[in-house]
Structures are given as structure tokens and as C-alpha cells.
Design a protein around this ligand. Structure first.
Ligand code: NAD
Length: 454
């Protein structure tokens, strides 16, 4: 997690000061896109006594929220119910309602197209939908991760064209990236410093006024593109460092050195080192995607992004390497991957969450199936695979039952995600062979040769 640092400046709240004291009670904002980013952000504003109107095109999400139900594992239904009852949070699919709000925060997806070019269609569609209702004096903030220039160019143009208003003159415009850390109970939206860039100094001031109601530390920067570039630096930094340890994993294994032991020792250095861990490949809606937003924009400016490309190449090759290691482990037991029953343990892309977007487990399932193995999965947080654009062929597949009989029936278990809800001692006792990409078996007692690190 990033270090919390309070920026210098008079208007920032001191840690510990109640955010509710920061202004009056009569502020209403709209949050567009109630997913992993928009929902927790909306709830934090609602908790801070700002009236929040959540807008989403997904009618199921809208009705779930108004009924006080949660569709994200780490967000508690009780909290939603309490805020809906208190009248500070409500959801709707009617964009006309944004006429009544002071600020509109956009938290919609920014995926990649098939050729790894940015897909801004969600942002632009949302911009169009806002534009026809935009009022003088309102603030529009883009929170979705994107390449530098999106807010002051593409989004501004769509808003101005549809509304007939001018950004920086008749309405305010800003960019403020989200720093969600799903599944980390110590990471609270209110305590994470929030970077904000305005289209003009007045836009920045308007954005600071809104965010200071719900967020303790604001980090104002020169303009929207600096804020957009900050988010990309944070995510490229992770992608590159994960690629580095993924590469070193292979190098050190060839030298009979355990990369995990090396990282554990290196992290005792109190300065100049930050641990990153190897794995079966990148997942989630950020790290595998966002660096390519920068790469695309850099190309437009005639610049190269060799670190981004190389990290992407190394990280994308990980599932193949993991399957090769599994093949090797099976061969020692005189088994072939073709025809073997393989259980992928963990479908979510990271530990203790139910988010399976871009998960490397799908790539593992695809590779296993392509090589003639019979693949299944177990995930305590994903009971059934929902239809997705990227992996429609796996939709409907159910997580296997956790029992000695089921687990023992697999020729090998391939650990892809380190969920703490899994009983790894039982796994060690029941499984025939374990290939561990997360080092979760390191402290678990097992028979010799049963666990292979990958
Ligand atoms: N998930 C994370 O941990 C994380 C962290 C930081 C930044 N981000 C960025 O935040 C943005 C949103 O990510 P997310 O993970 O919340 O996505 P998500 O898919 O969980 O949520 C997006 C929501 O937007 C809704 N939506 C789509 N089009 C819409 C439209 N035209 N109008 C209204 N609603 C619409 C969807 O129905 C969905 O509920 C992305 O740019 C992402 O890169 C995500």
C-alpha cells in the first residue's frame, strides 16, 4: 500500500478530524458506474453525510442497492441498507436526475479492445448521457483510469458538444483517479490520499471542495493530464516490478535458489526496496490493462514504452510457464497432461476477493483444455462462472465441492490464488500432487515430492 502523506496546504483536513464537520449537510452528488470503484466511493460520501445518487445502466445493481443488498463480497449489505434507510444513498438508472446534483463522478470501465488499444466507449457514452442534462456550475470528474489527455480532450468535447456549455467557464471539469485495494480490510477509501487535477484552477477548487467532504488527504496536481499520468505510473510500476520477479523466479530456480526466500530476505532492507511477488500471471481490471493505455498514447506522441511492452510480454508468458512446470511434475509420476484431471485452485485474480476479471486462471483453464487435460476449478468466492466477453466458453462451470473424495480424484491441484479461506492442510492431506504458484504451501506439512513450486 502507498505511504500516507498529508500534502502541505491550508485547506486539508487533519487526520482524525470528522469528515462530517467539513461542510454543510445539503450537498448531493451523482456517481456513475456502481462497480468495484463507484460503489465504495459512493458509500464513503454517503457515510460523510453527502446525499449520493448512484447511477448505473445495470438494472439488477440498481434494484439490489435500493433493496439494501450487496453484489460485491467485501462490501457489507448492512452498510448499504443503513445508508439507503438514512436517505443518504439511493440508486437509479435515470440520468435526468443528475440535474439536481452538485457534482457527477464517472467510474465506468476502461477496458482494452482486442488489439490492446484503449476502449473509451463507456466513458464517451457516459459523457453523452451526462451532457444532455448538464447544468451551469456543476462539476464533472472522471475517475476511470485512462491515458493522459482523455479528460481535457475526448471527455470535454463530448460534454461541451452535448450541453452547449463550456468547460472551465460554465461547468467544472476534473480528473481524480481511484486507488481501490479490494480485499484489503485496512484500505479505507476515506484514508487513501486522493490525487486531483482540474481543467482550470477553479475546476480544481470545485473538486477539492467536493472531495474534502469524504476524503481526508487531497493531493492537488497541476492539471488533469498530470493526474491521469500519476495513476498510470502507479500501475506501470506494479506491472514492471511483478514482471521482474516473475523473470527472476525462473532465473533463480535454474540456479537452485528459491525466489520467495530471496524476497523475504530482501524485504528486511529498511530503505530502497519494496517487495513484489511472482505468480501465474496478471489479473484484475487494472494492471494487465492500464499500462497499454499509456503505451498507446505514447505511440501517438512518437515515443516508445519498452518497459511496458517487456513487462507485458513477461507477465503474459507466465501461465504457459506454469503449465510447463505442471507437465514436468506429472511426468515425474509417469503421467501425461493429456487426459489428466487438473484442479485450478482459485479463479479470482487475487486473494480473498470474488473478482475474476482478466484472471490468469482463465488462461490456465484454456491452456489445460487445449492440451487435452480435464480441467475444473475450486474457488470459495466464485461458485459459478458468469458469462464474460473474454471467456464465454467457461460460463456456467461450477466450483467443485471441497471434500477429500473430490480433491483426491484430481491428478494435480494447481494453486493460482492464495485465498485464506482454503484449508491448505486438508489440501496437503487430500491432493495427489500440488503445483503452487503462490508459495502458500511453504509452512504446510506434506509428503516429500508432493508440492512443486511454479
Ligand atoms: N477495480 C479496481 O480495483 C480499480 C482500481 C482503481 C481504478 N479502477 C478503474 O476504475 C474504473 C471502473 O472500474 P471498476 O472496477 O469499478 O469497474 P466495474 O465493471 O466493477 O464497474 C463499472 C460499472 O459501470 C457500469 N456502467 C458501464 N457503462 C455505464 C454507463 N454508460 N452508464 C452508467 N453505468 C455504466 C457497469 O454496469 C458497472 O456497474 C476503470 O477505469 C478501472 O480501470 C479500478
Amino acid at each position: 500500500m502507498c505511504k500516507l502523506r498529508r500534502p502541505r496546504g491550508k485547506k486539508f483536513l487533519l487526520p482524525g478530524k470528522s469528515l462530517r464537520q467539513a461542510g454543510g449537510n445539503n450537498m448531493t452528488i451523482a456517481i456513475i458506474g456502481l462497480g468495484y470503484v463507484g460503489l465504495p466511493l459512493g458509500l464513503q460520501f454517503a457515510r460523510s453525510n453527502v446525499r449520493v445518487l448512484g447511477l448505473d445502466i445495470d438494472a439488477k445493481k440498481v434494484s439490489a442497492l435500493n433493496a439494501g443488498r450487496s453484489y460485491i463480497k467485501h462490501i457489507k449489505a448492512g452498510e448499504i441498507k443503513r445508508l439507503v434507510r438514512a436517505g443518504t444513498f439511493s440508486a437509479s438508472a435515470d440520468f435526468a436526475e443528475i440535474k439536481k446534483v452538485e457534482a457527477i463522478l464517472i467510474c465506468v470501465p476502461t477496458p482494452l479492445k482486442k488489439n490492446r488499444a484503449p476502449d473509451l466507449s463507456f466513458v464517451l457514452k457516459t459523457g453523452k448521457a451526462i451532457a444532455s442534462h448538464l447544468q451551469r456550475g456543476q462539476l464533472v470528474v472522471l475517475e476511470s483510469t485512462t491515458y493522459p489527455g482523455t479528460t481535457e480532450n475526448e471527455l470535454r468535447e463530448v460534454l461541451e458538444r452535448g450541453s452547449g456549455l463550456k468547460a472551465g467557464k460554465s461547468f467544472h471539469l476534473a480528473f481524480s483517479p481511484e486507488r481501490e485495494d479490494p480485499g484489503n480490510p485496512r484500505s479505507k477509501v476515506a484514508n487513501l490520499p486522493k490525487v486531483i487535477g482540474g481543467y482550470t484552477p477553479a475546476c480544481l477548487a470545485a473538486a477539492k471542495k467536493i472531495y474534502s467532504r469524504a476524503i481526508r488527504n487531497l493531493v492537488p496536481v497541476a492539471n488533469c493530464r498530470t493526474a491521469e499520468a500519476t495513476k498510470l505510473l502507479e500501475n506501470v510500476f506494479r506491472s514492471v516490478n511483478i514482471a521482474l520477479v516473475n523473470e527472476l523466479k525462473g532465473v533463480y530456480a535454474a540456479l537452485d535458489i528459491d525466489i520467495w526466500a530471496v524476497i523475504a530476505a530482501a524485504r528486511t532492507k529498511p530503505f530502497g526496496f519494496m517487495p513484489f511477488y511472482p505468480g501465474p500471471g496478471l489479473g484484475g481490471h487494472c494492471i494487465p490493462i492500464d499500462p497499454f493505455y499509456l503505451a498507446w498514447k505514447a505511440k501517438q506522441a512518437g515515443q516508445e514504452t519498452r518497459f511496458v511492452e517487456l513487462a507485458g510480454e513477461i507477465n503474459r508468458a507466465m501461465p504457459e510457464k506454469v503449465v510447463s512446470r505442471l507437465t514436468e511434475a506429472l511426468a515425474v509420476r509417469n503421467k501425461k497432461l493429456r487426459g489428466a484431471k487438473i484442479l485450478v485452485l482459485g479463479l479470482a485474480y487475487k486473494a480473498n476477493v470474488d473478482d475474476d476479471r482478466e484472471s490468469p486462471s482463465y488462461r490456465l483453464l484454456d491452456l489445460l483444455a487445449a492440451r487435452g487435460a480435464m480441467a475444473a476449478y475450486f474457488d470459495p468466492h466464485v461458485s459459478v462462472i458468469k458469462p464474460t466477453r473474454e471467456h464465454p466458453h467457461w460460463a456456467g462451470m461450477k466450483s467443485v465441492k471441497w471434500s477429500r473424495r473430490t480433491i483426491a480424484a484430481f491428478d494435480a491441484v494447481l494453486i493460482a490464488t492464495a485465498h485464506i479461506a482454503v484449508n491448505y492442510q486438508q489440501l496437503a492431506d487430500w491432493a495427489q500432487l500440488i503445483v503452487d504458484t503462490r508459495n502458500v504451501m511453504v509452512e504446510i506439512k506434506t509428503a516429500d515430492g508432493k508440492v512443486w513450486k511454479a
